[in-house]
Ligand binder design. Structure first.
Ligand code: DGJ
Length: 733
């Protein structure tokens, strides 16, 4: 059992393979956080809390006055507002009498083998009860009869702890939740850097690392989606922690909507971290007897740097967050027509693109936006999921059958959460979108957001999509979402529940996705939001891959994919070769570099293959052959980041098969530098006791040589954005 409880001292000790997490119920009943860090095999002592006095911090009332200012000075698990802890609370409630002070004290606990799901929400799962143990600690606000269950699941094999919280109104009066973090905990100091993933459209998940400072620092979204701008992830790292050394404490929220990830450094330089639904513009009404479930946070401790942190998330998310038939399988090499045609296509054109792509070795053709309603531009028809007979006289069925007849799979784009004001759906149901009565409805990309908090809307979408999917041989769906929420409100919710709209929307989205992925288990779903605007663990639970960014320029993608790899495996990242000059930033890079960057994920093309030169077509054939050889190692291997594009001119990463029998390494530099010579790139993750043959050259080197001395990289004087690649196959020494 990975969880123990020392009943005399009321100490809970949770142990993963390499870490310990320790809590204690104090004499007052408050749940203190004692330790999180490297594994402690022995019992944790009980005399580690110092009760002190602090000016302007109140004493606990009798009978615990001897604990002095403990509430404002000790480290806790899930603090409340209003009774002596002045740091930001994990939870804030407002009761029927208007008051907002609450006080949670320990009541009971339970420990069970296994881990259950969270009602209506995505979460990390297990396949066998032996994979996890779960502790639930019950805290109660005795005055108002509010129960708070803190759920901790320990997955020793995956080396993670997950946390979530359930709030139950056991009183006779309603109450409102103003804030409900999924987790919170206090660190005893603040000598850390905070790492976050920030950016914008076409520049998602750039790594930002800054020292913690006094006061509150946070990342959050108020857009109704996890967003391109900030990411539901936060890590605290020792100042000297790098890819291979140092302590890192990481938190990743399994949620796709408004979130807040916060770190507060208080006057004694302790640090409180919390993650959960953003409390801004949130208020959840709990009638007597009702309960509220927060999303889950996945916590990883690594005492060997960021690389190990990422590999821990990669394995867990690949194997125990993603689901379905494609979870463990190689994904198709696809071609998508978006940048080749935009809205301007017909069946004949698509068929000719598909035929040419098939010749090159592509495995799946994906028809993007513009196939339905009268959508010749992005200003109409979302919601009317009926094929445009002008473009596709035989509908999707006839086109899909033709493509499938060529020996390709067929995939289709949808944007099911949106409605165009110029659509039959909107004309019939103008109240089906997120809106506030009487207020202008701001359009983004000429569209409004469907109100997924409403059952009738969800049923319509499931029904109309099911019709298209059941009618044609469709193997893949690109599920897009291209604007954020404004004028947030729902026609169906009562005034006191309006601030529930954004979260109810996400719950509705999850319900729709659960229904469709269950109805169509053979379809591979890829999520997208103007690229990687909703690349988060919540979406990965339903769709095992995400379009990483609308920016397909190889130079930009190095940063986006490097940052994304902090949390997500290559199997989750869609990455395509597109035309040059690039459509997003007009940069020109070589086909080789574009190919190698895109091969570091779910590989595909997004260009007009008919317009390629014969030479490029040969190169594309070779790229596809190579990718098919290495894709299993890339998608399911262990990733080692070797050079960061955020720290210099070079980027390098590699993937090593779990049995270390094979590895692939990628190297890129950005700007050319004159008069430079080749340098050594040290590889990582190989077996020191094996030799490795470099497939491209036939040379053989020992694993330890490759890791200690390295391979030669090309000199940086050969033009901008050049690359190198090594495919290593192990041989016995
Ligand atoms: C945004 C996506 O990110 C693109 O790849 C493309 O599908 C367009 N939407 C289509 O409107």
């Amino acid at each position: 059992m990975s969880i123990s409880f020392k009943s005399d001292k009321k100490i809970f000790h949770l142990r993963t393979r390499t870490s310990s997490y320790v809590m204690q119920v104090l004499p007052s009943g408050h749940l203190a956080h004692l330790y999180w860090g490297a594994l402690i095999k022995s019992d944790y002592p009980d005399n580690t809390i110092m009760y002190g006095d602090r000016a302007f911090s109140p004493y606990l009332p009798e009978p615990h006055r001897e604990m002095k200012s403990v509430l404002d000075t000790a480290e806790f698990e899930y603090s409340t507002y209003g009774c002596g802890d002045f740091r930001m609370p994990a939870v804030q409630l407002q009761f029927a009498d208007g008051s907002t002070a609450s006080d949670l004290r320990y009541v009971d606990y339970s420990i069970e083998s296994g881990k259950s799901g969270l009602s209506g929400l995505p979460s990390v799962y297990i396949e066998d009860t032996s994979e996890a143990d779960t502790l639930v600690v019950l805290l109660r606000d005795e005055l108002k009869k509010i129960d708070v269950e803190l759920k901790y699941s320990v997955m020793p094999g995956y080396d993670v702890i997950t946390r979530s919280t359930r709030i139950i109104n056991g009183g006779e009066q309603p109450c409102d939740i103003l804030k409900a973090a999924s987790m919170a905990l206090d660190f005893s100091h603040s000598d850390y850097d905070m790492i976050r993933l920030s950016g914008s459209w076409a520049r998602e998940r750039h790594v930002v690392r800054e020292p913690l400072h006094s006061g509150l620092q946070s990342v959050s979204s108020t857009r109704g989606a996890s967003s391109h701008q900030q990411h539901p992830f936060l890590a605290l790292a020792d100042k000297k922690a790098d890819e291979t050394t140092g302590d890192v404490y990481a938190f990743s929220l399994v949620y796709s909507g408004n979130f807040a990830a916060e770190a507060e450094v208080e006057s004694d330089f302790k640090t409180r971290v919390s993650l959960g639904i953003n409390s801004f513009d949130f208020r959840w009404h709990l009638d007597a007897g009702e309960e509220f479930q927060t999303p889950e946070v996945v916590m990883v401790f690594s005492n060997s740097g960021l690389g190990n942190m990422s590999r821990t998330y990669h394995k867990l998310y690949r194997e125990r967050l993603c689901r379905g038939k494609y979870r463990d399988s190689d994904r198709y090499v696809l071609i998508n027509n978006w940048e080749a045609t935009y809205f301007d296509f017909n069946e004949e054109l698509i068929v000719s693109l598909a035929a040419e792509a098939k010749e090159l070795g592509v495995e799946m053709f994906v028809l993007d936006d513009g196939w339905f309603g009268k959508r010749d531009l992005d200003d109409c028809s979302l919601g009317d999921w009926v094929p445009d007979k002008n473009k596709l006289p035989g509908g999707i069925k006839s086109l899909a059958e033709k493509v499938v007849g060529m020996g390709l799979k067929f995939g289709l784009w949808f944007e099911p959460e949106m409605v165009s004001p110029d659509s039959d759906l909107y004309r019939a149901h103008p109240d089906w979108c997120i809106h506030v009565d009487g207020r202008d409805r701001s359009e983004g990309r000429n569209q409004l957001v469907l109100d997924y908090s409403r059952k009738c809307v969800r049923e319509y979408i499931v029904d109309i999509l099911s019709k298209v999917l059941a009618d044609a041989p469709i193997s893949y769906i690109k599920w897009d979402m291209n604007r954020h929420m404004t004028e947030v409100g729902s026609a169906e919710l009562s005034p006191e529940r309006q601030r529930e709209t954004a979260h109810r929307y996400i719950l509705g989205l999850y319900e729709v996705l659960e229904e469709l992925t269950t109805r169509f288990p053979d379809i591979l779903f890829e999520s997208c939001s103007g690229g990687g605007g909703r690349f988060d663990p919540g979406m990965l639970y339903y769709m095992p891959q995400t379009w990483t960014s609308d920016n397909s320029d190889a130079g930009s993608r190095m940063k986006v994919q490097y940052g994304t790899s902090m949390v997500y495996p290559a199997s989750a990242m869609g990455a395509h070769v597109s035309v040059v000059p690039n459509h997003q930033n007009h940069r020109v890079t070589s086909l080789e570099t574009r190919g190698l960057v895109a091969m570091s994920g779910n590989f595909g093309y997004e260009l007009d293959v008919r317009k390629m030169t014969d030479e490029d077509k040969v190169a594309v054939k070779d790229q596809i052959k190579l990718y098919r050889k290495i894709r299993h190692t890339v998608l399911f291997g262990d990733q080692y980041r070797l050079k960061s594009p955020f720290e210099g001119n070079e980027t390098a990463w590699m993937y090593v098969a779990p049995n270390k029998g094979e590895a692939v390494a990628f190297y890129f530099y950005s700007m050319a530098e004159s008069n430079t010579r080749s340098k050594r790139l040290k590889l990582a993750g190989l077996d020191s006791d094996m030799n490795y043959r470099i497939e491209e050259t036939g040379e053989v080197f020992a694993g330890d040589f490759l890791m200690q001395v390295g391979v030669w990289t090309p000199p940086m004087s050969e033009g901008d954005f050049k690359s190198a690649f090594w495919h290593l196959v192990a041989e016995k020494k």
